[in-house]
Design a protein around this ligand. Structure first.
Ligand code: AMP
Length: 412
């Protein structure tokens, strides 16, 4: 609802500015795909196994509403084979059948980036820093960047076996939910927020000792790069992230201003292998997604990035026949001003109220006298000063009150 929706749009436009300044191009993936596209994300993730909104369409195709964007971006890459490096950004809704609660919804928005075709650790640094700088830019100061490496696929498999063995040993102390998770994906047990699981998790082996030399070197370069450009981070060896396809670098941005159950405002990582699974050539990838709904909750909690007030320059009040309001609003809008007007021949009092409600900076009044004389009375709604001028001088006068504007000319 307005005015929240205006803030939402501003959020996306600040994000677009930030990433387009780094060479990322907008991509608009479809809302739904053939379900197999998302199933490639892995059968050990809740997003795929439990939370997808799927249906069979009239052509007997099995379709799912997108639970995230990465799979669609990789599908598009595999299908269209653009030149690499391919740097894209997106914004839009995702759908997950989750237990809805504050900060966790069944339809929620994300903005994010993906880069395909580059292995360089300095790209990880660029991507992670872009997310970090965006949070800084909208004014958030209580965001922490958590960083980890999941190693290459062999490292990850050896680590998962070690974890499985460890949790099996301590099975009796785990919650029923954690026992079930253990069957499907021992890594996800590390995510359990249950107090009873915490002490077992605290003693679990960590990934660091399973990393290959290459993965260790890559992670070292990422840490050094972030340090070199002054992006603070905390290495968290328990950070595993939800989707199966993550390799090497994983990261999450958490907000201390939110309650700990839903405090992740964004996250991402490197996913080498997903494009290949979707029928493309072997292609390294990395990206992140930031939760718009939840980041705005963090903004509320930190009292930053507030809703801006209305941007109406002039509200035209024509109490004669509305025709002067029609011609003046048309010409002022073409001259670049933001203009609204009253309708239905309402009384002066009622239209004045509407001008106030719209947050207009000026009211332009056309009463019987002004109508007769081809003039208008411009009232500055902040100072209550008013002046009567020729209608032909209105644009020049408005510019002195609200500042000059760039004309919007119809394209020829
Ligand atoms: P994910 O794709 O699960 O890594 O999520 C990335 C970000 O999206 C998270 O850090 C959250 O900020 C946000 N997010 C994920 N799921 C939800 C949801 N159900 N409702 C609101 N925000 C979400």
């Amino acid at each position: 609802m307005p005015p929240e929706a205006r803030r939402w749009r501003r959020f996306t436009s600040v994000f677009a500015d930030s990433v387009e300044a780094a060479g990322y191009e907008c991509i608009i993936p479809p809302m739904f795909e053939e379900i197999g596209v998302f199933q490639r994300l892995g059968d050990a993730t809740d997003v795929v196994t439990k939370e997808m909104y799927d249906f069979v369409d009239k052509g007997d195709r099995h379709i799912a509403l997108r639970p995230e964007h990465t799979a669609s971006v990789c599908r598009a890459f595999a299908e269209h084979r653009p030149v690499v490096p391919w740097k894209v950004w997106y914004s839009g809704s995702n759908f997950r059948y989750e237990k809805a609660q504050a900060g966790r919804y069944r339809q929620f928005d994300q903005v994010g980036v993906e880069v395909l075709g580059v292995d360089d650790a300095l790209l990880d640094v660029e991507v992670i820093a872009l997310g970090w700088e965006f949070f800084q830019r909208i004014g958030l100061r209580k965001v922490t960047l958590l960083l980890n490496s999941l190693g290459d696929s062999g490292d990850r498999e050896r680590y998962v076996s070690a974890l499985r063995a460890y949790f099996e040993q301590h099975r009796d102390s785990l919650s029923d939910e954690a026992k079930l998770t253990l069957e499907r994906n021992p890594l996800r047990v590390l995510d359990s927020k249950r107090e009873s699981d915490r002490s077992v998790i605290d003693g679990a082996p960590t990934i660091a000792s399973f990393l290959s030399d290459d993965a260790t070197a890559h992670f070292g370069q990422v840490c050094a790069g972030l340090t070199a450009i002054g992006v603070p981070f905390v290495v968290n060896e328990r950070l595993v992230r939800g989707l199966d396809y993550y390799r090497r670098t994983t990261f999450e941005y958490v907000s201390e201003a939110l309650s700990s159950a839903q405090n992740a405002v964004g996250g991402g990582g490197r996913y080498d292998g997903l494009v290949e699974d979707l029928g493309g050539p072997a292609t390294p990838g990395i990206g992140f997604a930031l939760g718009v709904d939840r980041t705005l909750l963090a903004c509320d909690a930190e009292e930053v990035f507030s809703e801006s007030t209305g941007l109406i320059d002039a509200f035209i009040i024509d109490v004669v026949d509305g025709q002067t309001a029609l011609s003046l609003s048309t010409s002022l809008r073409l001259a670049g001003f933001v203009v609204d007007r009253g309708f239905d021949g309402r009384s002066m009092k009622s239209q004045m109220k509407a001008a106030d409600r719209a947050g207009a900076r000026c009211a332009v009044i056309i009463g019987a006298d002004e109508h007769e004389a081809g003039t208008c009375t411009v009232r500055n709604l902040a100072t209550s000063e008013q002046i009567t001028i020729q209608q032909s001088e209105l644009a020049t006068h408005l510019a002195t009150v609200v500042g000059s504007r760039t004309p919007r000319r119809p394209s020829s």
